[in-house]
Write a protein that binds this ligand. Structure first.
Ligand SMILES: Cc1ncc(COP(=O)(O)O)c(C=O)c1O
Length: 461
């Protein structure tokens, strides 16, 4: 999002009227100018810089602005509306809870909380025996750090070190912001946690063209871990490793062999492994959780975003022996297990099962990736790579002359697509990210991709 100003002046754009898209006004809509001015005046600047589209209603895979325009949504807001915007069952369960006149209970018990937790544990892999509920993703990753550190200290007082991967996003609060290892985004903190150690992200393209990629990644892991040791890290003092299941900005998965080596290392030194599935979970990648692509079994998962279909609900889930480490009453939050959020979460989990969203995501994802590869073949100078799995994809955009990553061009494409009735995830980097609700119809998915094609064709011209 950073570093790009979308045009704020209402601009005449060609009218669009298709089965799934409608653009009938200038964009941004002149009548919405007052709203943007008010937000500019009253809200922190940190929330600005978004595409100037006012969301009035969002249903399934479409977004309406109340001024007659309608977009195909390739964002799921931000990987939240996996089961479709305003999913009917989610709304029904929320409404039933509201009609009962129950909107908050703090840690007092509610039936809906028990029903949601049971469903969550029943639906997830067998190591997921217990969960702790929170509101935001960043709270869940903070909580996973706490649990890994507490468990480490049951082994040795000094076992508090955390390893994370450079460039991975785990939230915006202090500890997890430090996990990213990006000096710029965490310089506000003013110091570095001496117990957080960063490994370089194993970008898969480092093995481009190698026939021995498997061997390469195994030895690459050994090298990266040896570098830590050479910098004075004692592996016995590491309590946990935090992994973003794919690196967010470009849906970049780790090489499988790398993750498998990491697990051998973690088990050898009695280190817990957490996968941050906040973005990648809940069927997004064609499996319930993205870590399942690596063929390993972690200790903890962090869930959020698509867990409830739209309300603030996150969770840390894993083995009972870890989840039960904090003493009674020592880990809670005012809005933990809010009954309306739990109602939405329960409905969402039921929808995942009813609609078989894991399988749907794998099937539609195959179509998505096949068409995006065709797009890349058509515009090889502008699209260097198509990355991702299932219903998450990223196009890596390059300057046609220099062949260097081109964030500016990616932003221009996002803006053009918006003017044509398609919403894409604007990353502020050289990637264009695509993550439609998993419920999108095949023809709407193809229509969205054809809009992307139009945008690249116009750029080429
Ligand atoms: C992988 C990952 N972890 C954590 C977070 C933080 O979640 P939240 O914004 O709900 O705090 C995000 C949000 O973008 C994310 O993508």
């Amino acid at each position: 999002m950073a570093g790009w100003n979308f045009n704020a002046d209402p601009t005449k754009v060609p009218k669009v009227n298709t089965k799934y898209r409608k653009i009938v006004t200038r964009l941004p809509v002149p009548a919405s100018a007052k709203l943007f001015k008010e937000l500019e005046r009253y809200e922190s600047r940190s929330m600005h810089g978004q595409m100037p589209v006012v969301w009035d209603r969002a249903e399934d895979f479409q977004v309406y602005d109340g001024y007659g325009n309608c977009w195909i949504d390739f964002t799921s807001t931000i990987f939240v509306a996996n089961s479709g915007h305003s999913n009917r069952r989610v709304i029904k369960y929320i409404r039933e809870t509201l009609d009962r006149r129950l909107i908050h209970t703090y840690t007092f018990v509610s039936k809906i909380r028990a029903r949601f937790l049971k469903k969550l544990v029943d639906m997830t892999p067998s190591f997921c025996e217990k969960a702790f509920l929170l509101s935001s993703g960043t709270e869940a990753t903070e909580c996973a750090l706490k649990l890994m550190k507490m468990r480490g200290q049951t082994i040795a007082r000094s076992k508090t070190g955390i390893i994370s991967f450079r460039g991975c996003m785990h939230g915006r609060t202090m500890a997890v912001e430090m996990l990213k290892g990006d000096d710029k985004s965490s310089e506000w903190i003013g110091y570095k946690d001496p117990n957080i150690f960063h490994m370089p992200f194993p970008y898969p393209w480092l093995a481009d063209g190698r026939k021995d990629a498997g061997v390469f990644w195994k030895s690459r892991f050994k090298k990266d871990i040896a570098d830590l040791k050479n910098n004075g890290v004692r592996f016995e003092d590491i309590c946990g490793i935090m992994i973003e299941s794919y690196q967010g900005w470009g849906a970049v998965f780790y090489p499988k062999e790398y993750i498998r080596e990491l697990f051998i290392f973690a088990r050898k030194y009695n280190i817990l492994v957490t996968f941050d599935e906040i973005q990648s979970g809940m069927c997004r990648t064609g499996k319930l959780f993205a870590y399942q692509h690596y063929g390993v079994e972690p200790d903890l998962l962090c869930l959020g975003k698509g867990l409830s279909g739209g309300l603030p609900l996150s969770a840390v889930i894993g083995r009972k022996s870890i989840l039960d480490l904090p003493d009674v009453g020592s880990m809670s939050s005012t809005h933990s297990a809010n009954p309306i959020c739990c109602a939405a979460g329960l409905a969402n989990l039921e929808e995942i099962e009813r609609l078989d969203l894991t399988r749907v995501s794998a099937r539609k994802g195959a179509l998505l990736h096949q068409r995006l590869k065709k797009l890349k073949a058509k515009f090889p100078d502008n699209i260097a790579r198509v990355i991702g799995k299932g219903m998450v994809a990223a196009l890596i955009v390059t300057d046609p002359v220099t062949h260097k990553p081109d964030g500016r061009l990616a932003s221009i494409i996002c803006e053009k697509a918006m003017q044509k009735g398609l919403l894409l995830v604007h990353t502020g980097r050289e990637s264009i990210k695509i993550g439609p609700p998993l419920t999108i119809s095949n023809d709407a998915l193809l229509e969205g991709i054809s809009v992307l094609e139009e945008c690249f064709a116009e750029i080429e011209r």
